[in-house]
Design a protein around this ligand. Structure first.
Ligand SMILES: Nc1nc2c(c(=O)[nH]1)N[C@H]1C(S)=C(S)[C@@H](COP(=O)(O)O)O[C@H]1N2
Ligand SMILES: [Mo]
Length: 329
């Protein structure tokens, strides 16, 4: 198994990714709207009204969102200094686009962001496949400034744009058997050339317990710094679970499956003794090959202490009451 570097090299500045054509595909709109809760007439109006611009440069504000939606600040946002846009978009882990930190930004041009659809299936009364632009119209994005702690011991503060995963899951009406949620990244070796080599078992898969997935901190991110997400950050749709190590934040998601059994996850398949299913940030449980007690916030010179649950303990510790967090790492 390939090692995760324990201390990354300094970020390199690479040219911004190329612009992507954005296509307006409404074929799933009717199906998705039909499942909308009573009182969502506003959503239907958004779906029916107006034309989004035909080309959205990736450095432009997100199209198709209600005016002002992006300025709504999530209740859980931190006011710690934000990591720079440049660092967030040029210092990445996305092994499908290369193994070095600068590779994803350099190689993201091969990833086609539109058309893109998200399949939601499994233990749901209303499984469906949703075009990503329909999703963007149905769920107003809000800004949430979260800490992100990579298992490699670097961290960032990222102003995401997105919405609660819970809101999306409620639309498909999970059955009583839905105990876990499984996520799958796009599997396309032409667009994600790293998949041409068996560095990991592709496609990348991740999972959450249903209560973790429904927690209001858990989000699907569609942008950052007020702009549409770039390929290197997992566009067009990426999971963010701020109290867990960064590898739980699966990128470029094409499928979400509600399951009865705990799903496999890429890193615990690759190295089960090093990466667990839970992957809660925990300074008291070291990685077998390095300490997790401190971290380097990108942009800082000195290291700082890592906080239990990445500083979100008051919001999420109750989810793990009675569990042995050394065994369930
Ligand atoms: N599909 C996929 N998702 C992924 C990864 C990956 O290699 N492939 N890397 C993970 C890791 S280890 C981290 S730390 C975060 C990094 O997200 P960022 O590059 O947007 O900061 O993405 C996670 N999601
Ligand atoms: Mo990571």
């Amino acid at each position: 198994m390939r090692r995760l570097p324990s201390e990354p090299p300094s970020a390199e500045i690479t040219p911004e990714a190329a612009y992507f054509k954005r296509r307006e595909l409404m074929k799933n709109a009717a199906l998705f709207a039909a499942t909308a809760a009573v009182g969502s007439a506003g959503v239907l109006r958004l779906l029916g009204g107006g034309r989004a611009s035909s080309v959205t440069p990736s450095a432009e504000p997100l199209a198709g969102l209600p005016a002002g939606a992006m300025s709504v600040r999530g209740a859980y946002s931190t006011d710690e200094p934000r990591t720079t846009f440049e660092a967030i978009t040029t210092y990445n882990n996305f092994y499908e686009l290369g193994l070095d930190k600068a590779d994803p930004a350099a190689n993201a041009g091969s990833l086609r962001l539109r058309p893109w659809s998200l399949q939601i299936d499994g233990e749901a009364h209303k499984p469906q496949t949703i075009d990503v632009d329909t999703l963007l119209r149905a769920f107003p994005a809000e800004e949430r400034v979260y800490r992100m702690r990579c298992v490699e011991t670097w961290s960032m503060v990222i102003p995401w744009l997105g919405f609660s995963l819970a809101d999306v899951l409620r639309r498909v009406e999970p059955t009583s058997r839905a105990k876990f949620v499984a996520f799958t990244t796009l599997h396309n070796p032409d667009q994600l050339p790293g998949q041409q080599r068996r560095v990991l078992d592709w496609p990348y898969v991740e999972g959450l317990r249903i209560d973790e997935a429904m927690h209001p901190l858990t989000m699907l991110a569609v942008g950052l710094y007020g702009k549409a997400l770039l390929g290197q950050n997992g566009a067009p749709l990426r999971l963010v679970v701020p109290w867990k190590y960064g590898f739980k934040g699966i990128k470029s998601i094409v499928k979400i499956t509600l399951t009865e059994r705990q799903p496999e996850t890429t890193w615990s398949k690759a190295a089960p003794l090093e990466y667990g299913f839970y992957a809660n940030v925990n300074p008291a449980v070291d990685h077998p090959r390095w300490s997790q007690s401190t971290e380097r916030r990108i942009g800082d010179v000195t290291r700082r202490s890592t906080l239990p649950f990445n500083g979100y303990a008051e919001h999420v510790a109750h989810l793990y009451a009675g569990m042995n967090l050394h065994e369930n790492f």
